[in-house]
Design a protein around this ligand. Structure first.
Ligand SMILES: [Zn+2]
Length: 377
């Protein structure tokens, strides 16, 4: 027998409120109370009570009536996407991206600037000032701010205050994060690729399990399994960049040889050739032989990596990071190579590309707060 505790009245009320809010925000379309009650199979008095609570929290508007003529016109219930928002801050060794996203995950404001990173209190004070200016300049109401999600290109400890390993920002052994305390709002420190994957996953209506392969200067990933971000036993899950692709091959930033990152980093197409990514793809289009040779090898390595991931995980694989804005036009080539590598799998529809492009990570960092808010509502 299961020893199941009965739900308390408060829990049941909260569950009902959550159901009402999720139903409203599944489409974000205005709806009458009667239609909503039918959709939810909820009694009108219970629904009214929940709507009153949501209105008190400023999450819905009921001031507009339907345009139907004759008789009393019913009021429309409209969920308000701007009722809350969260800020995402993507920190890399050389720049900072800030974004504000509303409850509908729409971007309210965005900016990118050069900023050299250092794990110091002084950097934290400067970052906090930049966030204040960002809020002011975009007239964002601090009362509605759920929190600030900050990402780093590295492994974050379970206490959320230790940077365990982040070679691209010079951290090779665990150190306390010294900069985040200066931000005077609820904060969370996260891995960049985990956030990128999380944000894209939340944006998908089906929200089925998926793997996210982030291809930028660093190569990382995220695993979203059964509605949760799978973090691993020691918070190192989905470090796809350090799967060994070529034993004894190119040296990776991590010190090992032959890692996927050493082959599929965007640096292989830019820094290594002394050009920008944009220039690389322009030259490729113009038929530059050197670029064509490098690109052939890149696609070969990427196809191998994607096939390996799909063989293990058997779920949709989304490619994100800065490469995701260039790769979609090479989808046919990539998919045909994947089919050659894995003839048993005729389905290549598992491969998708992220929508947020270079903003995915900071949008995802903010999305973590939206998710928490909606979960606990
Ligand atoms: Zn490596």
């Amino acid at each position: 027998m299961f020893d199941q505790k009965p739900f308390s009245t408060t829990q049941v009320r909260r569950q009902n409120r959550n159901r009402v809010y999720r139903q409203l925000t599944a489409t974000w379309e205005p709806i009458t109370k009667q239609d909503l009650a039918t959709q939810l199979s909820m009694s009108l008095p219970t629904l009214t009570q929940n709507l009153n609570e949501l209105a008190e929290m400023g999450l819905i508007d009921r001031s507009v009536t339907t345009s139907s003529t004759g008789g009393r016109r019913p009021r429309l219930i409209m969920p308000l996407p701007d009722a809350r928002f969260a800020v995402g801050a993507e920190v890399t060794s050389r720049d900072l991206r800030l974004v504000a996203v509303n409850l509908r995950q729409k971007t309210m404001a965005y900016q990118k600037q050069d900023l050299s990173f250092s794990n110091t209190e002084a950097y934290g004070v400067h970052l906090a000032q930049l966030i204040e200016t960002f809020l002011d300049e975009n007239q964002l109401d601090r009362e509605k701010l759920l929190g600030v999600g900050v990402t780093l290109p590295g492994i974050i400890g379970p206490d959320q205050s230790t940077i365990e390993y982040a070679p691209t920002i010079g951290v090779h052994t665990p150190v306390p994060c010294r900069f985040i305390r200066a931000i005077p709002y609820p904060t969370r420190l996260d891995n960049d690729a985990n956030c990128g994957g999380f944000g894209e996953w939340w944006n998908r209506t089906d929200q089925q399990s998926m793997a996210y392969l982030s291809l930028s200067r660093g190569v990382g990933g995220a695993l979203l399994i059964a509605g949760e971000l799978y973090d691993g036993v020691s918070h190192r899950a989905a470090e796809f960049g350090h799967i060994c692709l070529h034993p004894g091959g190119r040296l990776c930033e991590c010190g090992r040889q032959g890692c996927l990152e050493a082959y599929c980093s965007s640096a292989r197409l830019s820094d290594d050739l002394g050009i920008s990514l944009e220039t690389f793809f322009q030259r490729l289009e113009e038929g530059d032989l050197q670029c064509q040779a490098v690109w052939h090898d890149y696609l070969e390595d990427l196809a191998t990596a994607v096939t390996t991931l799909h063989t293990v995980l058997d779920c949709p694989i989304m490619i994100g990071g800065s490469m995701s804005q260039f790769l979609p036009r090479f989808r046919t080539q990539l998919e045909s190579r994947i089919r050659e590598l894995d003839p048993l799998s005729n389905r290549t529809g598992f491969l998708t590309f992220c929508l947020g492009y270079s903003r995915s990570v900071c949008i995802g960092a903010a999305t973590r707060f939206l998710y928490e808010f909606v979960s606990r509502l």
